[in-house]
Design a binder for this molecule. Structure first.
Ligand code: FAD
Length: 117
């Protein structure tokens, strides 16, 4: 079947959105278990990403730039960096990672309040 560039780009935007939003919500002071969960998630995300060519490039990328899972800031900064590596390969402009701060808002507010506490 022919490649559908529109669908491929749409998948990419949706995936990056989830990826960066997840980093923005990762604990500032993660437990070892939190960090292991994130590391495993990233590894499996890279392995199972539905576009096969993208997945194999991304797996090489995370070998070269191992996931930074020690804190929210390091995880968000790392994700921004690897996305910029993909941008570079696709000849897209780089994103200024200093501006990542409040860019990815999950819209979920304070989880505890939302749960009625
Ligand atoms: P996207 O790159 O999708 O970015 C969406 C939005 O995120 C941007 O508009 C901007 O607001 C923001 N953003 C941009 N850069 C950053 C950054 N560094 N950090 C944080 N936010 C940022 N496509 C291919 O054709 N070939 C591939 O090999 C390929 N590999 C991919 C691998 C992965 C893991 C993923 C998730 C996607 C891949 N894609 C690939 C899709 C590609 O990266 C884009 O998602 C797609 O081309 C749409 O691009 P876009 O210009 O809309 O912006």
């Amino acid at each position: 079947k022919l490649e559908n560039a529109t669908a491929k780009a749409e998948l990419g935007r949706a995936s990056w959105k989830l990826f960066h939003t997840m980093m923005a919500r990762f604990p500032e002071k993660p437990t070892e278990e939190d960090s292991l969960a994130l590391k495993t998630y990233i590894k499996l995300f890279a392995r199972l990403y539905p576009c096969g060519d993208c997945a194999s490039h991304f797996q090489k990328l995370i070998k070269k730039f191992p996931p930074q899972i020690g804190s929210r800031n390091s995880a968000a900064g790392w994700a921004c960096h690897v996305h910029n590596q993909v941008n570079e390969r696709l000849e897209k402009p780089a994103f200024d990672c200093n501006k990542i701060g409040d860019f990815y808002d999950c819209g979920c507010g304070d989880d505890k309040k939302a749960a009625g506490e």
